[in-house]
Design a protein around this ligand. Structure first.
Ligand SMILES: C[S@@+](CC[C@H](N)C(=O)[O-])C[C@H]1O[C@@H](n2cnc3c(N)ncnc32)[C@H](O)[C@@H]1O
Length: 208
């Protein structure tokens, strides 16, 4: 199953054009300042537009994706902007994220079913340092009505309530479902229904 989708993404990216463009996702661009400066993990970073842009803002980036083709284009994009990012070819579902490693974690249009989402979000929360920030955008269930991109299987689409429930220990900085207009390369264009969230891992309580 995983091999099928990995091949699907490799084929998707096997073109010289950047299918989601080379500009970062707008929500990330608008709110990146909320991520403490330091180490940021970009999951499912694809062709690297988000990781490379964050590196240009001074973050130390690790970008993970299982598409070799996507990572190859991410490397080229990093070279174009003369930044260094660490690229990891791995399946998120078996990746060891570690504990309290990152100041930020960025997940843009990374879609999984409810069971895997709960598992992954637990790992993401664990991987953040206290005070670290998770920034996430995903297509919401309303996206079924639009043709601006995203998975066609409703089980892979997100909603505000289950997103909140999947991150029980995190403070909510911002969480909303909204209709936005996407202008991201050739594949994300036009009105789209998304969930946008920013979550902060609580600082450890001071010992008395
Ligand atoms: C819609 S693209 C988004 C790419 C990027 N975040 C962006 O916004 O431009 C989804 C990405 O998730 C990656 N992906 C899907 N399932 C994955 C998995 N299990 N492990 C690693 N990467 C995965 C795909 O290879 C693809 O690059």
């Amino acid at each position: 199953m995983s091999d099928y989708w990995k091949q699907h993404w490799d084929q998707h990216y096997a073109t010289s054009e950047y299918v989601y463009g080379v500009e970062p996702n707008q929500f990330l661009k608008d709110h990146a300042r909320l991520i403490p400066k330091g180490k940021v993990l970009c999951v499912a970073d694809g062709e690297g537009r988000n990781g490379v842009w964050l590196a240009r803002q001074g973050y130390e980036i690790t970008a993970i994706d299982y598409s070799r083709e996507g990572l190859r284009k991410a490397r080229r994009l990093a070279e174009r902007f003369q930044v260094t990012i660490k690229l990891v070819e791995a399946d998120l579902l078996s990746y060891h994220f570690g504990s309290e490693e990152y100041d930020g974690l960025v997940s843009i249009y990374s879609h999984f079913d409810a069971e895997n989402r709960i598992k992954l979000h637990r790992n993401y929360a664990q991987a953040l340092k206290p005070g670290g920030v998770l920034l996430l955008e995903a297509f919401s269930k309303e996206q079924e009505k639009y043709s601006s991109g995203g998975p066609k299987d409703i089980k892979l689409l997100y909603d505000e309530e289950s997103l909140r429930a999947s991150l029980p220990e995190m403070e909510i900085v911002l969480l909303r479902e909204e209709i936005v207009t996407l202008e991201e390369g050739a594949l994300h264009r036009g009105p789209a229904a998304v969930v946008r969230g920013i979550f902060r891992k609580p600082e450890r309580p001071m010992l008395k």
